[in-house]
Design a protein around this ligand. Structure first.
Ligand code: FAD
Length: 555
């Protein structure tokens, strides 16, 4: 890297990590790590968070992207989980209205199906009751005629009717990113591509960690009085750095999603279906011009180092259900625009339990090792704010035990908006369009307001400075090239994958995963990151090899 903004910002972050003694070091920059760092920094703890890849590169960018109460958990009797989730759902909407968007769901009912009209009506009623005034909108039941009017493309044979209810959808990767940005604004020192390789010892307790800089090489010692392990699927590996004899806690299951053209499926709302092969619940969620279909749930062998891959059979499993319930869809693997796989970091059931992957509890657990490593495992994206609050309470208790008498503020994360929150994106877009759209089409401005909320002006600033950045990254998608600059300058974007998969969704929505524009995008990144021509070419080669390699397994 040459001396440019991004490189010098990184160098000073590394220096700050090495210099300051911290109250808390968080290992892992997924939703849990970012949430904990934000909460802790807001309460006045000197906080650091390190992520060995890009923020959200683990499970937190590979979810079903729903902020939901979990209707399915009602069937399993997990009332507390649902109650907690419906409240969090509403809180997150007020903190980040641009990222947490209301979504209508429809559950079709078929003759002979596992859930009849009355059972569904009772379930949806209970869901609304638990939500109380946190309800998005009240549910309604649909007779066959209304069901067909609502979803004309759905299979009619055996259709009895359906139920309609509301939850939220989100952009999971950006929810993590904004939470990490919020942590940094509150004074936390956060760094991506920085891996905890081992722990420091402080008189028999953990006193911090050795952190490897995965961009520039080298290592820094980060001193901290408490370390939290929020490494998602890797929590067992990180716990083993503390105690190699400790028993693994996790059972990893793989979940695959595919993105398909919505005009082929014809769904209007998000549809809740039972998989043809095994009756599991799955979703077909409208995603602009596309539909997001998922998920599978199968045991993952080989540990988290074995990156979960999408296999042809995963795609077949999802498509056979879509094709069954939407008979005109006739989707094949070649129609799939993109696919991704994630690992659920679930708490393993007790020894001897033969629970199937979908029956394993989604609840989180927090435990502390004899040397003081606090580990958070399991949980859901939806519950991250509450989980973070609970973990930080534990951290403060640990600080107190070690003689710390400072007073820390109570958690404020339930009331302080995320950086782009605080205003409805519709209002922001309307204001920008009526003021001066700087030549951007109203649909592009709306897209930017949905993605950046009140930070819309930052992105518009790049367009004002360079008109070329108003052009789309990919023709036919709304994302202007200014988003590439935004990702590098304001959002820690360091690789093509960071920009195309997690800052924007080009990799999910473009038929070539952005491969056709990778060189253009690398060109915009290069000057800002100080890449040489060779470095830019190498970045493109690596991106193309990764995307085409993954695709060749299922297409
Ligand atoms: C298929 C699927 C669908 C899902 N759908 C939903 C949904 O719709 N709604 C919902 O609420 N929840 C959903 N979930 C659950 C949710 O996504 C997870 O609970 C959540 O993302 C876990 O976040 P995390 O921060 O614990 O883990 P991660 O996001 O995996 O973060 C852990 C991070 O730790 C980093 N790390 C590991 N080792 C180190 C180290 N040594 N040093 C530094 N960093 C390290 C990793 O790189 C990783 O980024 C879904 C999960 C899956 C798999």
């Amino acid at each position: 890297m040459s001396t440019n903004g991004a490189a010098s910002r990184r160098a000073s972050t590394l220096a700050a990590l090495a210099e300051e003694p911290f109250d808390l070091l968080v290992v892992g920059g997924g939703i849990n790590g970012a949430g904990i760092a934000r909460d802790a920094a807001m309460r006045g703890l000197r906080t650091a968070m390190v992520e060995r890849g890009d923020f959200a590169c683990g499970t937190s960018s590979r979810s079903s992207k729903l902020i939901h109460g979990g209707l399915r958990y009602l069937e399993q009797g997990h009332l507390r989980l649902v109650l907690e989730a419906v409240r969090e759902r509403e809180r997150l909407r007020t903190l980040a209205p641009h990222l947490v968007r209301p979504q209508e769901f429809v559950v079709p009912i078929y003759r002979g199906g596992p859930v009849g009209f009355l059972k569904l009506a009772a379930g949806l009623m209970l869901y609304d009751v638990l939500a109380g005034f946190w309800s998005v909108k009240r549910h309604s039941m649909l007779g066959r005629r209304r069901m067909i009017a609502a979803e004309p493309a759905i299979k009619r044979d055996g259709l009895v009717g359906g139920g309609r209810y509301w939850d939220y959808r989100t952009d999971d990767a950006r929810l993590v990113l904004e939470t990490a940005l919020a942590a940094a604004r509150e004074g936390a020192v956060v760094l991506s591509y920085a891996e905890v390789a081992s722990f420091l010892d402080d008189g028999g307790r953990i006193g911090g960690a050795r952190v490897v800089d995965r961009v520039g090489g080298g290592e820094v010692e980060v001193h901290a009085r408490v370390v939290v392990n929020a490494a998602g699927p890797w929590v067992d590996e990180v716990a083993a750095l503390d105690d190699p004899t400790v028993k693994p806690r996790l059972r990893l299951t793989k979940g695959v999603h595919v993105m398909v053209p919505r005009n082929r499926v014809g769904n209007r709302a998000a549809i809740v279906l039972r998989a043809v092969r095994d009756g599991r619940v799955m979703f077909v969620i409208p995603w602009g011009e596309h539909s997001l279909v998922g998920t599978t749930d199968t045991d993952h062998h080989g540990g988290p180092e074995q990156d979960p891959v999408v296999e042809a059979d995963d795609v077949a499993y999802l498509l056979e259900t879509v094709n069954h319930y939407f008979p005109d869809a006739r989707l094949g693997a070649s129609d799939v625009v993109s696919a991704f796989a994630g690992l659920r970091p679930l708490i393993a059931p007790p020894d001897g339990s033969d629970a199937g992957p979908s029956d394993v509890s989604r609840e989180e657990e927090i435990f502390e090792s004899p040397r003081g490593l606090v580990t958070i495992a399991g949980g859901k994206l939806t519950a991250f704010r509450l989980i973070a609050e609970t973990v930080v309470d534990r951290v403060i208790t640990a600080l107190r035990r070690s003689g710390d008498t400072r007073r820390f503020a109570r958690s404020k994360t339930a009331v302080v908006p995320l950086p782009g929150g605080g205003s409805a994106p519709e209002l922001l877009a309307a204001a920008a369009i009526s003021h001066d759209g700087h030549g951007l089409a109203p649909s592009v401005i709306s897209h930017l307001a949905d993605r950046y909320g009140t930070r819309l002006d930052e992105v518009m600033g790049f367009v004002v400075a360079d008109r070329m950045l108003a052009r789309p990254i990919v023709d036919g998608l709304p994302d202007p090239r200014a988003e590439v600059a935004q990702a590098v300058e304001h959002e820690w974007g360091l690789t093509l994958e960071d920009v195309l998969r997690r800052r924007t969704q080009v990799a999910l929505l473009d038929d070539t995963s952005g491969g056709d524009v990778a060189a253009d995008v690398a060109g915009i990144m290069a000057s800002r990151l100080g890449w040489t021509r060779e470095a830019a070419e190498e970045a493109v080669r690596r991106y193309l090899a990764a995307t085409s390699g993954a695709r060749s397994r299922w297409r």
